[in-house]
Design a protein around this ligand. Structure first.
Ligand SMILES: [Mn+2]
Length: 239
C-alpha cells in the first residue's frame, strides 16, 4: 500500500508502462499524476486511455497542456471534416496555433483515430480533473499541483488561486512556502532549474519538490517518487 507520484509523461507511453513495472504498481497502491500527459511524445491519447482504465487507484490532476487542449478537443470531438476549421473565429485559431506550437500534433493525431464515443469520454475525463490535491503520507503533508503557487500567500486557501497561477507557475525554490507542508509540482523540467546539481532527477529544496525530470529530452528521465519512504525511481527510454 504505497503512494507514488509522477508528472509530465507527455505521451511517453513506453516509459510510463516501464515505470509501473519498475515500481511493481499493484491494486493496493495509489498513483498521483500531476498533469501534462498530453502533447510532445508519440502516444499521449494511448497513455491517457491507459490511465482512465485504471481509475480506481490512479488520480490525475490537470496540467497546462490538458487545459490548452480542452477547447480544441471539444471542437475535434464532433468534427466531420478538417474544412470545418475554416469557419472558426480568430481567437479559436490563435488558441489552436498556440497549442500546436506546444506539441499538440501527436495528441490531435491519436484523438482523431478514436471513435466519437471515446473522444467524448476522453474530453469528459479531462474536464473532470482536479486542479490540486493535498494528501498526508507517513506523517508528512504534500500539496500536489502541476505548476506551483503563483502569488503565494501563506493564508491563502488553495481554492482561492486562479487556475493559471497553479498550472503555469515556475516556483521560486529559494523561498520555502510552508514549514509543515511540501509543495510537489511538475511542469518545470529539473534540467531547466538554474544551479541544479542533478538535472534530470527529482529536485528538492526548501520544502519544494519537483518531479518533472524531463522525459521528453534526451538527457532527461521519467521520475517517480514514493512518498512513504521518499524513494526515487527513474526510467530512461529514448522516444
Ligand atoms: Mn506543464
Amino acid at each position: 500500500m504505497s503512494t507514488y507520484l509522477m508528472s509530465d509523461i507527455h505521451g511517453h507511453y513506453a516509459a510510463y508502462k516501464e515505470m509501473l513495472k519498475k515500481i511493481s504498481f499493484s491494486y493496493e497502491d495509489t498513483l498521483y499524476i500531476l498533469g501534462d500527459i498530453l502533447d510532445r511524445g508519440p502516444h499521449p491519447i494511448k497513455t491517457l486511455l491507459d490511465i482512465m482504465a485504471d481509475d480506481h487507484n490512479i488520480k490525475m490532476l490537470v496540467g497546462n497542456h490538458e487545459l490548452m487542449a480542452i477547447k480544441l478537443l471539444e471542437f475535434l470531438c464532433d468534427m466531420n471534416d478538417p474544412e470545418d476549421l475554416k469557419s472558426a473565429d480568430d481567437s479559436f485559431i490563435e488558441d489552436f496555433l498556440c497549442w500546436v506550437s506546444n506539441g499538440a500534433e501527436t495528441t490531435i493525431y491519436e484523438f482523431l483515430k478514436e471513435d466519437r464515443v471515446t473522444r467524448r469520454k476522453i474530453l469528459d475525463f479531462i474536464l473532470n480533473l482536479d486542479v490540486y490535491d493535498e494528501i498526508s503520507v507517513g506523517g508528512k503533508t504534500f500539496i500536489l499541483v502541476h505548476g506551483g503557487l503563483r502569488n503565494f500567500s501563506p493564508d491563502k486557501e488553495l481554492s482561492d488561486y486562479e487556475i493559471d497561477e497553479l498550472l503555469w507557475e515556475r516556483p521560486n525554490y529559494e523561498i520555502p512556502y510552508y514549514d509543515d507542508k511540501f509543495v510537489v509540482a511538475g511542469h518545470t523540467p529539473t534540467l531547466a532549474i538554474k544551479g541544479n546539481p542533478n538535472p534530470g532527477y527529482i529536485y528538492m529544496k526548501n520544502n519544494h519538490i519537483n518531479i518533472d525530470c524531463g522525459c521528453v529530452f534526451d538527457s532527461g528521465n521519467l521520475g517517480c517518487l514514493r512518498l512513504d519512504d521518499m524513494k526515487e525511481f527513474y526510467v530512461n527510454i529514448p522516444i
